[in-house]
Design a protein around this ligand. Sequence first.
Ligand SMILES: *Cc1c(COP(=O)(O)O)cnc(C)c1O
Ligand code: SF4
Length: 434
Amino acid sequence: MSIAITTKKRSRYQGFNHIDRIIGDLNITEEERREISIVSKVLPFKVNNYVINELIRWDNYHNDPIFNLIFPQRDMLPPELFDKLSNLVDQEAPAASIDRMVAHIRSQLNPHPAGQMTDNKPVLHGQSLEGLQHKYPQTLLFFPTHGQTCHAYCTYCFRWPQFTGQQEWKIAGSGIDTVIEYIRHHPEITDILFTGGDPMVMHLKRLQAYIEPLIAADGPALRTIRIGTKALSFWPYRFLTDPDAAGVLDLFKRIKQSGKKLAIMAHFSHPAELKTRAVKRAIERLLSVGAVIYTQSPIIRHINDRSETWSDMWQKQTALDCIPYYMFLPRDTGAQTYFAVTLERASRIYRDAWRSMSGLSRTVKGPSMSAGPGKVSIMGVQTINGEKVFVLQFLQARNPDWVGIPFFAAYNPKAIWLDDLKPAFGEARFFFES
Ligand SMILES: *Cc1c(COP(=O)(O)O)cnc(C)c1O
Ligand code: SF4
């Protein structure tokens, strides 16, 4: 198909937020155009020319994983809510009533799963700190204010409320001085993880303002700066030809030279994101300044719910000197019913992919759920004394004593999240529930 998007590949401003302009140019059906436009009133939508021209295969876009990753679709909303919104749009209802319906639909999509907004907020000198989460001892999550958008948006994103402009849903906040003081009070913290959104949407000046004080702060405990990003998938030029790309790489080099480790936590949803020349060169550049690249993704129906997809992705990553790290189950938010894979299927896909590869690629700890009590990984399905069970363990837990202890849940082929599981063997509760 031909796509009349002419923005130059290397231009600095590459985000397209104006849905009607983008989809007007695509060779998709009128009905799809309408559906995308309606669903994107509720779920955030953003794409750029790299994704459109180099990642999506338009000759078969209905089944294209990257098309499904980026483009909102009708089935991502509950049918009756889609119809209500669609009717309002057809009747050319006043903007205020459309806005009310949009707000109502969003509120039905569980915008804040697992107590994200209220739990794990650190406190310093009696004051609760915005934009930080400290759930597990070693790792502090930091949401820098200016890193709370992305180069493009994933339809399955659990942080979608952040991108819909609703102030009270944002979790960005504290400045770096506060962060450093907090780290000084918590010598158990070895890792700080910049997350978002995507911190790599920030310009060099902002990155420097955050990272240079961390390098200088030189507490003995802080060893690793992690940056969670999907820029390698959505905009590899961030590390190649953006005007400040060389400066970013130099900043990264200085992290390494200071004796700390730089870990890029790269989000790759599908092997298609690893095949362009640009992404390969961007990975090489990051490695050349001493970064280590770990990879992670949720497992998502319509996008990557086949074992061959994962083994292909993990093998390609290993070949590019990246380390496969996490396979997540999608959280119970947004269009989860559209995307969810049962725990049973996820476990099978993981195992089949995992055991088909060389040991060097068997580095993933998954599939795992980031739930209230902790990060729970599914070790597998087993039959014990005639009872079929899920074998689970915490990779991280609210109480560190729980980590690494296998526990058992009654087999439930429909379960898609920890909440759907009951303890096995007739126990009243799981060992971590008091
Ligand atoms: C996964 C996660 C981390 C990091 O855990 P590691 O096992 O060190 O990768 C930190 N904080 C939260 C809230 C997490 O979900
Ligand atoms: S890159 Fe990450 S934060 Fe951004 S939309 Fe995708 S999943 Fe969400």
